[in-house]
Design a protein around this ligand. Structure first.
Ligand code: HEM
Ligand SMILES: *[C@@H]1O[C@H](CO)[C@@H](O)[C@H](O)[C@H]1NC(C)=O
Ligand SMILES: *[C@@H]1O[C@H](CO)[C@@H](O)[C@H](O)[C@H]1NC(C)=O
Ligand SMILES: *[C@@H]1O[C@H](CO)[C@@H](O)[C@H](O)[C@H]1NC(C)=O
Length: 504
């Protein structure tokens, strides 16, 4: 079931009438706060600018008010932090993403994944990723990832002796990325199963369908928005139930077999390398018997990893492919590197060969840098009132958003034209795509920086390597396609990409 536009409109109407009386509230700003950008229309505040003119609006605010500043959107004050303050936010435990996710108004993930009610879940997920897929362990997965990506490429793109337009809209590449991720999450037995791969890919899409509703009702109170947005869930609609059933069904026999083998083989048991095996042995998530409750818990844990890994990675490989397809001047150079490496490894990439893709790596970094989202689409929430090093303070509960463009389009770091695409900037400065830097915040920073970044960059590189080797990739217009902007956020272009076999 989908939440139709009419239903939303009806609820909007009801709530507007009910709460109209609260509308004339004004945000209370104490003295030491970051400067509030002035606005003319009460209640609406800067919402229209935020929705329809974000890039220019934020640039003007930054210029006139410095860093940080406050804006008033959807009935809430948000603090926007740029180049100077962002580092402090990312390095201070007072600012929490998980809390913004848990009771955040636009990200009601805890409604579908109950384990997110527990604040420690995000930490456990991060720890699991850090331990199972650390940069040091990533080489162990190269062969598997490559195989799975090739299955996806052959299936989704296949033979293009005649040029083929591949639709990239609607997270269409998520199934490409879902396959290697499934392999790492649930192991080689289950990841062969098309239903499981589809469950992973579709879960991401289904969840995204609730996120696209803008937080209009937050004008009344942020809680109203999250209540309404999750109404269908409380009426029994659950976008993941069917995916959960699929996964549980396939997971149960595999986990049971592993427990049995372990018992029989004892020390001779050879633990498979994947996340379910890690969880089976974890003090917190381990078990001796596979009960239904246990399966639910593990499946939720796995689906949370699916949410944070597949959507992001597939979106960024899509952006990178558009960046490549729109820039014919780079094709030969990058292709030449891939052919050389392919000849060297005779088609079977080893981790060393992936390290040799230095031009491709630099290209991917630049694609991530020029991602072009004004704000990072993952806000922080201030857990208790906090005073910045510059003396300004913000209250408990404040939503803090990171002004990514201020950080990524820094003229000191990227020269006089920081918005232009500098494909070899990383190569020339010895910055790899997964390396965090004060002017490269796509994976966050500090101890909570994205632990999946090595995996994500590897998948994007292996995927692009294979695609560039096998196909000519062009945009339909022959030019750089426009990205799609939603307020301060951005999605890949929707023109599709044209793939054509290279002559071997
Ligand atoms: C291109 C793809 C990706 C991008 C752009 C991305 C971006 C981010 C960002 C910005 C954060 C917040 C960091 C911070 O607050 O400092 C984050 C956190 C996280 N990411 Fe990623 N990510 C990507 C892929 C992945 C993958 C593939 C995984 C899992 C395999 C993953 C797992 C996580 C986890 C578990 C966290 C929470 C870390 C913590 O709170 O300690 N991400 N990611
Ligand atoms: C993309 O979506 C179209 C339908 O919109 C589908 O036919 C096609 O197979 C999908 N391609 C990929 C790569 O998922
Ligand atoms: C660019 O970033 C550096 C390091 O964060 C900072 O010192 C510098 O002031 C920034 N430059 C501009 C023009 O904002
Ligand atoms: C490049 O960076 C890596 C890791 O960040 C470092 O080990 C290496 O020495 C650097 N190379 C040069 C030439 O600076």
């Amino acid at each position: 079931m989908y939440f139709s536009f009419e239903t939303i409109t009806a609820f909007v109407g009801v709530f507007i009438v009910t709460y109209i009386i609260y509308w004339v509230k004004k945000p209370r700003i104490s003295k030491n706060e970051p400067p509030m950008v002035p606005y003319k229309i009460p209640i609406i505040g800067h919402t229209l600018n935020y929705l329809f003119n974000a890039e220019k609006f934020l640039a003007e605010c930054r210029q006139q008010h410095g860093d940080p500043f406050n804006i008033y959107v959807f009935g809430q004050v948000n603090t926007i932090v740029g180049n100077e303050i962002a580092q402090e936010v990312y390095r201070t435990d007072t600012f929490s993403k998980s809390s913004a996710m848990r009771d955040g108004d636009s990200f009601p993930l805890n409604r579908v994944l109950k384990i997110l009610e527990y604040p420690e879940t995000l930490e456990q997920v991060a720890k699991t990723i850090r331990e199972v897929i650390s940069a040091a362990k990533l080489p162990l997965y190269t062969e598997r990832m490559q195989k799975q990506l090739m299955i996806s490429i052959n299936k989704e793109i296949g033979d293009c002796s005649n040029p083929k337009l591949i639709i990239t809209a609607n997270s269409n590449f998520s199934s490409m990325i879902a396959r290697p991720v499934a392999d790492i999450l649930v192991g080689q037995e289950i990841s062969k199963n098309e239903d499981v791969v589809k469950a992973f890919a579709d879960f991401t899409k289904d969840f995204a369908s609730i996120l696209v509703i803008p937080p209009i009702l937050s004008f009344i109170h942020p809680k109203v928005h999250s209540q309404v947005i999750t109404l269908p869930l409380r009426f029994g609609w659950n976008p993941i139930r069917k995916h959960m059933i699929t996964l549980k069904e396939h997971l149960r026999p595999v986990l049971e077999k592993r427990l049995k083998d372990k018992e029989i083989l004892g020390d001779k048991y050879e633990p498979p390398l994947d996340i379910i095996e890690y969880l089976l042995n974890d003090p917190e998530y381990g078990t001796k018997v596979i009960t239904d409750d246990y399966l639910n818990k593990i499946c939720e844990f796995l689906f949370f990893i699916v949410v944070v890994s597949i959507h992001t990675t597939s979106r960024h490989i899509t952006f990178a492919l558009y960046d490549f397809a729109g820039r014919p001047e780079l094709w030969d150079d990058i292709y030449e590197e891939q052919v050389r490496i392919d000849k060297e490894c005779i088609g079977e990439l080893s981790p060393q060969h992936i390290n040799k893709m230095v031009k491709l790596d630099s290209f991917v970094r630049e694609s991530l840098r020029t991602f072009d989202s004004a704000l990072i689409p993952l806000p922080h929430k201030c857990l208790e009132s906090y005073t910045f090093k510059n003396g300004m303070s913000i209250p408990k509960g404040r939503i803090v958003q990171t002004y990514l463009m201020d950080i990524h389009y820094n003229t000191t770091a990227y020269g006089p034209e920081p918005r232009s695409f500098l494909p070899y900037h990383g190569l020339e400065n010895n910055f790899s795509a997964s390396k965090i830097d004060k002017n490269y915040l796509i994976f966050g920073s500090g101890k909570h920086a994205c632990p999946g970044r090595f995996l994500a960059v590897n998948e994007i590189k292996i995927g692009m390597h294979k695609l560039i080797l096998n196909y000519h990739i062009k945009t339909p217009s022959g030019k750089i396609e426009e990205k799609i902007h939603f307020g301060p956020f951005v999605s890949p272009p929707v023109s599709g990409l044209i793939f054509e076999n290279r002559k071997k």
